[in-house]
Ligand binder design. Structure first.
Ligand SMILES: [Zn+2]
Ligand SMILES: [Zn+2]
Length: 174
């Protein structure tokens, strides 16, 4: 996600509007693979002040990931507000910078990392397909949002591995 600041270079100190839209690649979040289901839009203003470019704007997209309870795809609209400073990288001296600051060269800023980070920070720690997702039956794996099963009441506290363990034991005995 590249921002061309050529126009703003002649207008130091003036807020310049921008609007970007781009598809982001697959990513990972808390060990899950997530997908940007819609192009990421990022609009706002940039302002150049000497060697620093301050970017302010709102990024939006829809992210898909597996539901923590039933593993079906969960869709989540995400919106993040950004305010970032990009400092010109002159390649001469190494200036210590805040870790939060980004660098740029020439007149093109790469906003991908900043926008990606801001969007992922808005995600909840767990994806849920819906608030009251009933999840999978721990015994037979039935998706309890769609079907019911009889084992749930009979065996209330078996863990997900007990069914597998039982199957493995049967195999050994054969
Ligand atoms: Zn679910
Ligand atoms: Zn079941």
């Amino acid at each position: 996600m590249k921002l061309d600041i050529t126009k703003g270079i002649q207008r130091n100190g003036i807020e310049m509007p921008f609007e970007l839209s781009e598809s982001f690649p697959e990513d990972s979040w808390n060990g899950d693979t997530i997908r940007f289901a819609e192009p990421v839009t990022f609009s706002g203003t940039y302002m150049i002040s000497e060697e620093t470019v301050v970017i302010r704007g709102i990024a939006e997209t829809v992210i898909e990931g597996p539901c923590a309870r039933c593993l079906e795809t969960a869709r989540m609209p995400v919106k993040a507000e950004l305010s970032e400073a990009y400092v010109r990288d002159k390649g001469e001296e190494i200036i210590p910078l805040d870790e939060e600051q980004y660098r740029y060269q020439g007149h093109i800023l790469d906003l991908y990392e900043a926008v990606r980070t801001a969007l992922l920070l808005e995600l909840p720690t767990r994806f849920l397909c819906k608030e009251d997702c009933k999840g999978l039956c721990p015994v037979c794996g039935t998706n309890l949002n769609r079907n019911t099963c009889s084992c749930q009441k009979d065996v209330p506290r078996r863990n997900p591995f007990s069914a597998l363990a039982a199957m493995l034991n049967e195999d050994e005995e054969v």
